[in-house]
Design a protein around this ligand. Structure first.
Ligand code: NAD
Length: 480
């Protein structure tokens, strides 16, 4: 694609594009030796300016009638819809996922944004007998997002935050600046009042502290790893800034003895290998019932062999590269440690060289003989590695699935409803699926995590309003 389509290259503060001396080159994970574009990361002063700008815009935006706010957001969603192709290309360029996966993300983001617009256009006050329940905006919202879903994680937070009347500062991942810059070009073209929506680019650990102005911020909505989420939560612990976080996962899919094996294997590929395994609700743990183990493994190995790894821009590619060099070293380390602890590589297990550009490609991998003592069974892998555990016992299948600090998503494949119910009752995860892939979701439901996978009220689905507003109840005995 012609990168000139993205005209800007910096943060967007108080309605202006703000340059700085912190210049960096964006990389394409499929060909990191080539630079995509030079952009500016924000300076600490830029970050502070964004807080001031959002704070001063709040009185105007919060007083703007909800219909008017909703109208502007509808125009924004329309602009995103008109630019599906460009946004998908940009996501693939900086994230690595395939063009089909990127299009899927943009379409999902549009559905989610439109759901919030529709829900919140009806839902910011309720009349109940002689009482009025008002949902009042909080003020300045800091939205921190990851690189793996660079558009949908942003839309999930930004649309409800703005619809409710808050002003926002978006701090996207340093690995997904391009998608955010283009999104803010669309925002700029719609002419929201200055300061209502601000973009601050930069590395989290560098620019993050300048954004944490606890005297101004009213809410931080974070999506990213559990380590960063907990670090931020601790940094603001003594303040009254509202905090909600969607974090990591180490999710399991179980194939029970009576399952439709072909459908289950398709679901394993969709849940474990899509986006090169870099999907918070995807799986890294697979439990297979002993009675169907060999047949399932045969099918699974065949399916994994068929996955074509390559540049996500090519239509023929099934799986793109990992997002960055750190991801690649993490996968190598996981494999080395698992093999050292007794796991066996069934297929894959190493980086792949596709061409001379040294992209961050890693082979789709199946590891068998994994048990609870191994690090791969407890940590978030976030790559195309599936760890397989064999059992004929429902309690040990549940124990293995629940093992570790995370509680995000889970999937059971079985024809026996009682077995399905037993799993669902005993699984410590917020997003549970019966005969459906683990990332499956619908936009009116909360997208949330238990244990160390989440904190606070989810910012999505019908809970968004509760996160981005405070209730005011008016009991009235008016004479007229
Ligand atoms: P990350 O934690 O490294 O970064 C997330 C964001 O936090 C980035 O914008 C980063 O720049 C910022 N950040 C880092 N340090 C900061 C600091 N000190 N102050 C302020 N901001 C800071 O995560 P990542 O690698 O970008 O994303 C992958 C992770 O996100 C995985 O763990 C995945 O499971 C998780 N994730 C969760 C969900 C969910 O809904 N549960 C969705 C998508 C991704």
């Amino acid at each position: 694609m012609n990168i000139e389509i993205v005209k800007r290259s910096s943060s967007y503060i108080n309605g202006s594009w703000v340059l700085s001396n912190e210049k960096i080159f964006l990389k394409n994970p499929a060909a990191p030796k080539k630079n995509i574009k030079e952009i500016c990361f924000a300076s600490p002063q830029n970050a502070k300016d964004s807080i001031v700008s959002a704070k001063s815009a709040f009185s105007l935006w919060s007083a703007t009638p909800v219909d008017k706010r909703i109208k502007s957001l509808k125009i924004l969603m329309g602009a995103i819809e008109k630019n599906i192709k460009i946004l998908s290309r940009l996501i693939t360029l900086e994230n690595g996922k395939t063009i089909k996966e990127s299009e899927g993300e943009v379409v999902a983001a549009i559905q989610e944004g439109n759901y919030q617009i529709d829900f919140l256009s009806r839902g910011l006050y309720e009349n109940i007998d002689n009482k009025k329940l008002l949902y009042v905006p909080l003020g300045v919202a800091l939205l921190i997002t990851p690189w793996n879903f660079p558009l949908s994680t942003v839309i999930r937070k930004m649309i409800p935050a703005l619809a409710c009347g808050n002003c926002v500062i978006l701090k996207p991942s340093e690995f997904s600046s391009l998608t955010s810059i283009f999104l803010f070009e669309l925002i700029d073209s719609i002419k929201f009042p200055n300061g209502v929506a601000n973009l601050v680019l930069g590395e989290g650990s560098v620019i993050g502290p300048s954004l944490l102005d606890l005297s101004v911020l009213k809410i931080i909505s974070f999506t990213g790893s559990t380590d960063t989420g907990e670090f931020i939560q601790k940094s603001i612990a003594s303040s009254d800034v509202r905090y909600q976080a969607e974090m990591g996962g180490s999710n399991a899919l179980v194939i029970w003895k009576d399952a439709d094996i072909e459908k289950a294997v398709d679901a394993v590929i969709a849940s474990g290998m899509a986006c090169a395994g870099q999907w918070c609700t995807g799986i890294s743990k697979l439990v297979i019932h002993e009675e169907i183990y060999d047949d399932t493994i045969n099918l699974l190995v065949k399916a994994v062999k068929n996955i074509k790894v390559g540049d996500g821009n090519l239509e023929s590619t099934d799986m793109g590269p990992l997002n960055n060099s750190h991801q690649l070293s993490k996968m190598k380390n996981y494999i080395a440690r698992a093999v050292n602890q007794g796991a066996k590589i069934l297929i894959g297990g190493k980086p792949i060289k596709i061409d001379k550009d040294d992209g961050y490609f890693f082979s789709p991998t199946l590891l068998e003989g994994v048990n609870e003592k191994m690090k791969v069974a407890t940590e978030e892998i976030f790559g195309p590695i599936i760890n397989i555990y064999k059992t004929d016992n429902i309690n040990s299948a549940i124990k293995f699935s629940n093992h570790g600090k995370y509680g995000l998503s889970f999937s059971i494949y079985t024809a026996d409803d009682k077995v399905a119910d037993t799993f669902i009752e005993n699984i410590d995860a917020s997003l549970c699926h019966i005969n459906l892939p683990s990332p499956y979701r619908e936009v009116d439901m909360p997208f949330t995590g238990w244990k160390k996978s989440g904190s606070g009220i989810p910012e999505s689905g019908r809970f968004a309003r509760d996160v981005f507003t405070k209730p005011k109840v008016v009991y009235s005995n008016k004479s007229s």
